[in-house]
Design a protein around this ligand. Structure first.
Ligand code: ASP
Length: 722
């Protein structure tokens, strides 16, 4: 071999080695996906980095990590001790803490620690559910729909069948709650059996300046320094059955609780999450996204932002009002910013056009095969026509819902009209709450509505929702909006309605409600008249909606069916509040040109932010401990500091709040609580480039519990011996 040849060969060899090595170092990319339990086995998680067997995650015939998971209200939580201790997010118990707080005894601001079981406080209204088993019931559900000739009755037939299955299953086993979840519209229905725990008590809640550090400024944002965690405990009757709160109840003994890995994670570590993501729309067609983009998202975002402003101002010099409204504001703000992120994301990704382009390709594929053409040739057109009709209704139902939800007097007016209408029906056909035998219940409900009214804000909120609606194309020509739109002095008119309505007088309202001679037709109360007009509109729209649901049930089933043939693969059902697994790696990302975010934040960053205003008010002791470098064993060696939060490229959504983040061995290393701003679009489209979820690092949780809460007993209970 000549010298030249040898050099050439060596160069080739060297290049080949470099290429092979660089491939070997390409970091693994997870796929999008919130996998249902039935799909976990197909994932080959060992190849992805899991170090335990899949059976340890989910095993219907034995005990597995899934048994440590709970759906806690609209969030997720996990058992971390044999004594029913659950870890979740601070924001998931925020409402419960607010309810038991007063201006003088403000657990929300100061935090709460129960050193003994007796000191724990019931978290009113909070329940936990554990997934016990599941079973595919698609055939049974869909056969009920097949026997229906009238298309408008299809969705009702499905709903009726589902409630029949639920009743049957609950009758078979009175200890469970059954639920049938739609995995793929018109195709797959799964029966889930849940054990429900009704007695949940607050155990440890950090001060608000830790649990909500960064406030709304940092919500949906990375870098983050929020200690968004809390502990609650599940209680059951002494015989282990679910029971309402009682002093006799005992801590629930879960089949499984998570081990805590106090050493935490590092960059590029494999992690996975089990949880209950609420609702996503990845499998929906382009025009569905267009509906959200044009109608729902901007409307809700605008209204919520206005309401937040109004409530905040109202509470400025009224600490009691401010405390009582805090949970409502938090919820509104969470959605408002999320929708802002989604609007921006859909625009930046050009998502609607991308999806339309994809559907064009799908149609080309369909048309290339005579058999497919015969069966699915019209599907894209049918979807288009379907959404043309949806667009015609636009925000009508949304407006009516918001009027009911945010204007107490309108809600009462609507109830009034509804009740009077039901009186025409026989007792047995009436809605349950309007039956004579439930009269006391109805009165109690009305009393509660009155108790929660915010009289001084009623007219202003009505004016906003009603006024906006009268400008919407889909409403402006419909009564009563059409007349309102022409009024010269709208505000004066609204103020008059609200100052004159008899609804402001509770006794009069109840009296007239049950007075058979006082009919809606005879009433000259303007608010009742408006409610009566809108009641009719609501009925019409609901009927249309029911027909659409029925049509969609068939359309989407065919759409997904042919998509599967085209892509030659099955895809993952959109989230629907059932238990899912998602996996990924602790990894930074680039949110915009020339910016890179590293994946782990620390106390140093928290202190730096503490000079930035009210949202960043810091718990003073944190500064003190940090200056003394009192980190205990909760340090991240490379950062030489206590890690606070971290990001990872999993696929999560609302409802995944409080989900345990587990390492390759299934040990708890953090608690999921949010997503980065760019990842709010996850619900429509996931991508490794921008989808990052945010969790609080378990080391920060343990550090706060020990150093701030001085609640060493909790560490002991979780077998953390540091
Ligand atoms: N912050 C969210 C929630 O409240 C979690 C998420 O949407 O990622 O559920």
């Amino acid at each position: 071999m000549t010298k030249k040849n040898l050099v050439r060969k060596l160069t080739y060899l060297f290049t080949a080695i470099v290429v092979i090595l660089s491939f070997a170092f390409i970091p693994p990319k997870p796929d999008e996906g919130m996998y249902p339990l039935s799909d976990i086995r197909k994932l080959n998680l060992t190849e992805k980095g899991l170090k335990i067997s899949v059976d340890e995650i989910y095993n219907p015939d034995g005990v597995s990590l899934v048994d440590a998971l709970v759906r806690l209200g609209g969030c997720t939580g996990s058992f971390v001790s044999a004594e029913g201790l659950i870890i979740t997010n601070h924001h998931c118990v925020f409402g419960s803490v607010q309810k038991v707080s007063t201006v003088e005894n403000n657990y929300l601001e100061n935090g709460f620690v129960a050193y003994t079981h007796e000191q724990e406080i019931p978290a009113e209204g909070l329940t936990a559910r554990i997934t016990v088993s599941y079973e595919d019931v698609s055939q049974e559900v869909l056969s009920a729909a097949e026997s229906v000739d009238d298309i408008s009755k299809r969705s009702k037939a499905i709903a009726d069948k589902i409630s029949e299955i639920v009743k049957r299953e609950e009758a078979k086993d009175s200890t469970i709650k059954a639920e049938v979840s739609e995995m793929f519209v018109g195709e797959q229905y799964v029966l889930f059996r849940y054990k429900i725990i009704n007695d949940i008590r607050l155990v440890y809640v950090p001060p608000r300046t830790i649990g909500e550090f960064g406030g709304e400024s940092d919500n949906w944002v990375w870098p983050r320094h929020t200690g968004d965690f809390s502990f609650v405990r599940a209680y059951v009757a002494p015989d282990g059955s679910p029971a309402k709160y009682s002093e006799d109840n005992v801590p629930f003994k879960p089949k499984k609780f998570l081990k805590v890995n106090a050493k935490g994670i590092d960059e590029e570590d494999f992690v996975f999450i089990l949880g209950y993501p609420g609702r996503t729309f990845k499998n929906m067609p382009a025009r569905f996204v267009e509906y959200h983009y044009k109608y729902q998202l901007p409307y809700v975002q605008n209204l919520f932002s206005w309401l937040i402003n109004l409530y905040t101002k109202r509470g400025e010099n009224d600490p009691e009002f401010a405390l009582n409204i805090s949970s409502t504001i938090k919820g509104l703000a969470n959605t408002e910013k999320n929708y802002r992120g989604k609007i921006q994301g859909i625009r930046n990704l050009d998502l609607i056009n991308k999806k339309l382009e994809e559907e064009k390709k799908l149609l080309e594929f369909i048309n290339s095969d005579p058999e497919l053409k015969q069966k699915y040739g019209n599907i894209i057109d049918e979807i288009k026509n379907f959404y043309d009709d949806v667009f015609k209704s636009g925000r009508r139902l949304l407006v009516l819902n918001f009027l009911r939800n945010y204007v107490t007097y309108y809600r009462l007016a609507d109830l009034f009209v509804d009740y009077k209408n039901e009186l025409f029906k026989g007792e047995s056909e009436r809605k349950s709450i309007y039956k004579d035998l439930n009269k006391d219940k109805l009165i109690a409900e009305i009393e509660t509505i009155y108790k929660n009214r915010r009289q001084e804000l009623e007219a202003r909120i009505f004016m906003k929702i009603y006024g906006d609606a009268s400008e919407f194309d889909e409403l402006k020509n419909i009564e009563p909006f059409a007349t309102f739109k022409e009024l010269a002095n709208k505000e004066e008119y609204v103020n008059k309605i609200f100052s004159e309505t008899f609804i402001s007088d509770k006794d009069k309202f109840i009296g007239r409600l049950f007075d058979l001679d006082y009919t809606v037709d005879k009433s000259n109360d303007e608010l009742i008249k408006i409610a009566a007009d809108l009641f009719q509109l609501k009925n019409e729209e609901q009927k249309k909606q029911q027909l659409r649901d029925s049509k969609l049930n068939i359309l989407l089933a065919r759409f997904n069916e042919v998509k599967r043939i085209w892509l030659n693969k099955s895809f993952i059902p959109d989230a629907n509040s059932t238990l899912r697994l998602t996996f990924g790696y602790v990894r930074g990302y680039s949110p915009a040109d020339a910016i890179y975010y590293s994946p782990i934040s620390s106390l140093k960053g928290m202190i730096e932010k503490s000079f930035d205003g009210d949202d960043y008010k810091i718990y003073e002791k944190i500064k003190e401990l940090h200056s003394k470098k009192d980190f205990g064993k909760f340090i991240h060696p490379k950062l030489n500091d206590v890690p606070v939060a971290f990001i990872y490229n999993t696929d999560t959504s609302g409802g995944n709040s409080g989900s345990p983040i587990m390492d390759a061995y299934g040990r708890l290393v953090g608690v999921n609580f949010d997503r980065c701003f760019e990842a709010t679009i996850n619900d429509y489209a996931w991508s490794e480039s921008y989808s990052r979820s945010i969790g609080v690092d378990i080391r920060f949780v343990l550090w706060v519990v020990k150093k701030i809460g001085e609640a060493d007993f909790l560490l002991k209970e979780m077998n953390v011996n540091l």
